[in-house]
Write a protein that binds this ligand. Sequence first.
Ligand SMILES: Cc1ncc(COP(=O)(O)O)c(C=O)c1O
Length: 469
Amino acid sequence: MPARAADGYKAPMPRSVFEPFRIHSVEPLRMTTTEERQAAIRTAGFNLFGLHAADVLIDLLTDSGTGAMSRDQWAALQHGDESYAGSPSWFTFLDAVQELFPFEHVIPTHQGRAAEKILFTAIGGPGKVVPNNTHFDTTRANVEYTGASAVDLVVPEGLDPAAEHPFKGNMDVGALTALLVEQGRERVPAVFVTVTNNSGGGQPVSLENLRAVRAVCDAHGVPLFLDACRFAENAWFIREREPGQSGRSVADIVREMASLADGMTISAKKDPLANIGGWLATNDDALAETCRNLLILTEGFPTYGGLAGRDLEAIAQGLREAVDHDYLRYRARSTAYLGEGIAAAGIPIVQPIGGHAVYLDARSLLPHVEPLAYPGQSLAVALYEVGGVRGCEIGTVMFGRRPDGTEAPAAMDLVRLAVPRRTYTQSHVDYVIEVAAEVASRAATLGGYRIAEQPAQLRHFTALFERLP
Ligand SMILES: Cc1ncc(COP(=O)(O)O)c(C=O)c1O
């Protein structure tokens, strides 16, 4: 008897990669007119950080702490135990962290930069040099605040927005070796690798590169730290792109990444899917003791850091969800969808598209605006004025001022459209693409800016700008 049609039938893999969740509660968005937005950005000194969030329609300023928590995270909050010392929530958090990052000492903080501040206070100082593939702004600022130098050593492809390379976040191992030979282990307290490389376009770092960096660190007796904010997205790209990795679970790849390092800093506001939190981890007993003492000065007791017990619970649950393959497939695909749409709309972007954001190449789109007139700021303001879309300049505004006060163009002038996790739908993204197309059509009319007022550090957050005539 012939087999029934259904016997042995396997449906093809669906081509649509859709949100692996349903919406459980909603937040309203407030529509604004062009005139309202023009007035709002002028009042904010043309600084997008100065806007009222209620005046923003689609907020792609950052993926940091802006994601939607899951039902299970909200439920986990109810388990929060607010005991000052030794809370059960601390042990839940510790287990979840060490499941992925089996470092001996885990030191919770209220966010990533608090972990950086404590670590670099302990290991930085005048004359020290900290290499990284690319320092994130707070990381660089915390290194430099101690009097140490922050040196970026990403591979050359990482500085070319158009270069197609699967791991543009990789560290330039030759340059790292040369730096370690020149400076010696006494001056280099740690080598950092940022996964994924946020300031360099959200580009991943391969396992092969991490292993090579580890070997160089071993040869020079220098510890290796991960800035692991986007560890899950990095591991997903390793699984997707690195030969021999496709059969592994993301959790397993994360554990291997951790095994290659001696410690880490992280913001739980990114891949751990929480709205607040971070931690510092190390295998070094003496360093951990110094850091815990600093933690008590500024953050709190070592079993809560700057966090409530309920926050520790939300992070622990978020860590379990962060390595889910359906979630990561959707995350990578939905970010790529935004990037493909923007590129098709005529705005050059950093290729390949990273995990958490699309980086628009403002310097290429606006060749008539010289880097010291901040083409990234110009593009970011235009996206807001035209459609209420808020992005973030990552270029000469953010990185152009040297510690001695002089100014030089950053390596690239980008605008980052960061995608909050599990927050916007495909039709929101279609709207952003429509706005980008309108801005691209007006590119020749966009002018530059000058800075009217700025603080000594991290100026992009609070600087006030004026339009150049
Ligand atoms: C790579 C990287 N490191 C460190 C940080 C700092 O984390 P936080 O904002 O929690 O202080 C960020 C934040 O965006 C980041 O992207």
